[in-house]
Design a protein around this ligand. Structure first.
Ligand code: UD1
Length: 430
């Protein structure tokens, strides 16, 4: 089985190009089936979750062509099959975006229930509440969600929890419903705005995305478009924290600094220098890291998808830090692995109490999920000595060329599968 071998202790220095946002690409690609015309999408990240979704879409009849690595052309005028049962689709969370997209366009969808990272109970009751409010019948059985409507009619929907997925799903379905829909207590994440912008570029009428009230006037037809996905806030944030933990100097390029504000603010608070320019952010860390308190919150708060990365950094800071996870209840599973590297962290419920240590040491570790996997790579890059990280498929779900981009910054990291690869790594690292 493939694993990352990492020889830590080298400060990361240089520039890294950030790709398109996975969590925007997934709903935008799914929403592309809502028009019979051809859609061109640029800045699509080449990561596993995206490729699984594209394969499932091709199985129900979308014609998908890659023009280069990051541009996808899609025509979905020939979709006849409303049942998405692709073997891999249940492994990704974003499978549920096909429900909103197909329900909006065809008033019928049957999709294998979503999986994704095991980071806590991931209910879909708000999605279902929204579909029902629009007039759809929804049932769950045999691992499938089935939904159908004679017609969808706009409605006033109050979300009981702030949910990125439910906001996007309801917005997609409502954009082809009859009349007006208002979504209250909507998620405000940049990718919610990106999906709204994409749908509007196809002729939808969505206003207020990025605030907590989204107003949608349904339209009967959507047309083709040429659209570019926003940069990935979490990929960028991960490299920014890689600079912090390795005492490096990294410039993340092709980003929207506004989307990174909560991340930049915390990095400055813990002792890093952060310089923003139009479309890049430079993080320099030359002194010791300082302790801090962090609570994950919906945007514009500190993202839950950056919680493991900041915990890794605080584990190396002077003093005691507290990290509170308020979005997903089971998101500290990586702490056991970090403890094997010398961290001093105690988890109580949704809170981690971190007593900073002077250094981590390399160990054999395993990625429990996507973002925690990336965070463990950061820990290994900061650590003294060699680490071996298993289960890297999790990381490949959401980071394109992670080890290649890190190596470009001077990291000693390689994917190895067997003795021969490992010998090459040893030769490379001396
Ligand atoms: C998306 C992202 C994920 C990110 C998360 C929060 C994708 C594919 N995944 O996940 O990377 O960590 O947003 O920014 O884009 N909830 C309910 N009922 C629902 C829906 C959600 O109770 O119907 C709860 C969840 O259990 C969780 C919270 O709401 O506690 C937020 O979940 P949500 O924003 O929906 O996350 P996802 O869309 O699953």
């Amino acid at each position: 089985m493939e694993q990352y071998v990492i020889n830590g202790g080298t400060p990361l220095v240089g520039e890294v190009e950030i790709g398109g946002a996975k969590n925007a690409a997934l709903p935008i690609l799914a929403a592309s089936i809502m028009t019979d015309e051809t859609v061109h999408i640029d800045n699509v990240p080449d990561v596993r979750d995206v490729n699984v979704l594209l394969t499932a879409m091709s199985h129900i009849g979308s014609l998908i062509k890659h023009d280069g690595r990051h541009r996808v052309t899609m025509n979905s005028s020939n979709i006849r099959n409303m049942v998405v049962e692709d073997e891999n689709i249940k492994k990704i969370r974003a499978s549920y975006y096909l429900i909103g997209a197909m329900l909006g366009k065809y008033k019928h969808a049957e999709v294998t229930l979503p999986g994704g990272c095991d980071i806590g109970c991931r209910a879909i009751d708000q999605h279902i509440k929204g579909f029902r409010a629009l007039g759809a019948e929804v049932s769950l059985s045999h691992g499938m969600i089935r939904t159908r409507a004679e017609k969808l009619v706009g409605s006033h929907i109050y979300m009981d929890v702030v949910s990125v997925g439910a906001t996007i799903n309801i917005m997609m379905a409502a954009s082809m419903a009859e009349g007006k829909t208002i979504i209250e207590n909507a998620a405000k994440e940049p990718h919610v705005v990106d999906v709204a912008n994409f749908l509007n570029s196809c002729g939808a009428n969505i206003k207020g995305a990025g605030t907590d009230v989204i107003r949608i006037k349904g339209v009967s037809v959507l047309h083709g478009t040429d659209y570019t996905i926003i940069p990935d806030q979490i990929e960028a944030g991960t490299y920014m924290f890689a600079a912090a933990v390795t005492k490096g100097d990294v410039t993340v390029k092709n980003v929207i600094p506004k989307h990174l504000e909560s991340i930049s603010a915390k990095l400055m608070e813990i002792g890093c220098e952060v310089k923003e320019e139009d479309d890049c952010v430079r993080v320099v860390c030359s002194g010791p890291l300082k302790h801090s308190h962090v609570k994950t919150l919906p945007y514009p708060g500190f993202p839950t998808d950056m919680q493991p990365q900041i915990t890794v950094a605080l584990g190396l800071s002077g003093g005691t830090s507290i990290v509170t996870e308020s979005i997903f209840e089971n998101r500290f599973k990586y702490v056991d692995e970090l403890t094997r590297m010398g961290a001093n962290i105690k988890v109580e419920g949704n809170t981690a109490i971190i007593d900073g240590v002077h250094k981590y040491t390399g160990a054999g570790i395993s990625a429990p999920d996507l973002r925690a996997g990336a965070a463990l790579v950061l820990a290994a890059l900061a650590a003294e000595g060699e680490s071996h990280l298993d289960n890297i498929a999790y990381i490949q779900r959401g980071y394109e060329d992670f080890h290649i981009k890190l190596a470009g910054l001077g990291a000693q990291i390689k994917i190895v599968e067997g003795e021969q690869d490992y010998s090459k790594f040893k030769l490379m690292t001396g």
